[in-house]
Design a binder for this molecule. Sequence first.
Ligand code: KE4
Length: 426
Amino acid sequence: MALTRTAAGLFRRARQVIPGGVNSPVRAWKAVGGDEPFFAARGEGAYLVDAEGNRYVDWVQSWGPLVFGHADPEVVEAVQEAVADGTTFGAPTEREVELAEEIADAVPSVERVRLVSSGTEAAMSALRLARGVTRRDRILKFAGCYHGHSDPLLAEAGSGLATLAIPSTPGVPTGAAGDTVVSAFNDVDAAAAAVERYGEGLAAVVVEPVAGNMGVVPPAPGFLHALRALCDASGALLVFDEVITGFRVARGGAQELYGIRPDLTILGKIAGGGLPLAAFGGRAEIMDELAPAGPVYQAGTLSGNPLATAAALVVLRRLRDPAVYERLEEAGVSLENGLRGAAGDEHVCVQRVGAMATLFFHRGPVRSFAEASGSDTARYGAWFRHLLARGVYVAPSQFEALFPSTAHGEAEIETTVEAAREFFRG
Ligand code: KE4
């Protein structure tokens, strides 16, 4: 094979023209000490095939959008049909209305929806809307939760539990992060203290209702209800970032699973059917403050793209079948039990909600980013490389998740568990 077709050759070429050789940092595998990542060539259900022809059981599934696996035939057909009519119009289309109706039907708190092109754009826009509606500036977020890379949300905790944030990356102006307060996930007292201290000016509390970006960390009993109560008391809006959990942990997302109604919901990944489409939605009285209905500006050339709405509609309509979630839960349980059994006496913990799970190299339980940060990330990296060598691709970072799809069956789970068992027996 020509060198330029190997991962090493492709990565070398890529770094000549793309920063770090990738278009999203986690793909470079730096967190697992990989010297170079594979380059994907195609997907087939539960499997990913790289440019060298190696085939892997794929638990990353493009970080969550592919609830029916790669190249689902119905999705492929829907996109092929749509593209024959054109790729983008910059004008309203019926499918955007149908998709908004489908999302409003599925997600309990959503009456109106705005479609955008990425989770980052959805989160950024939802928070601008919250600030516009409340005429307040402050945002409370939680350490370890990720809501895309817009300036106000690339903020990390300063010292102490509930302090004004500092930029987490160069390029974010101090002022942009300065209205963001960061508290500890699952810590009700810290959240209450933050609201007590900053409540007057608090526009929104934004949270991943089940954290997926510090590894899978479920909400502690009562945590989400406490956030709902704190928002009701302070006048801040409760914003659920369901980019991962939406349509994954239940058709109505975590808000259906835990019985909480946020004021705004951010959606992406599955909601976009595996194409560049995300959304945010909420009650009409809030959403109708958005231009052109209201004064809060938000826009997008490719918003509601006709190829993405075609894929999304096929996926979301199939998710009306409860049997899909029974299948996802079965796969999740089987994977969780298999991995836990494979680990034997090693101090690891497997945390799962529905079809999202993480194996932490940590005694557990992992309830916050501080605890997640105590994981043995070097040993996670060794586990990643061991599985990869045996044809199993898990997240190239301890702080991500495994995403079973309906395409993952017992064969894929057994292959994965056997490879894991071999590692832990090592
Ligand atoms: P995007 O802008 O990447 O579409 O979505 C941002 C986002 C927002 N909210 C949550 C809860 C998310 O998980 C994400 C994106 N997730 C990451 C990985 N967990 C995407 C992978 C990547 O950054 O390459």
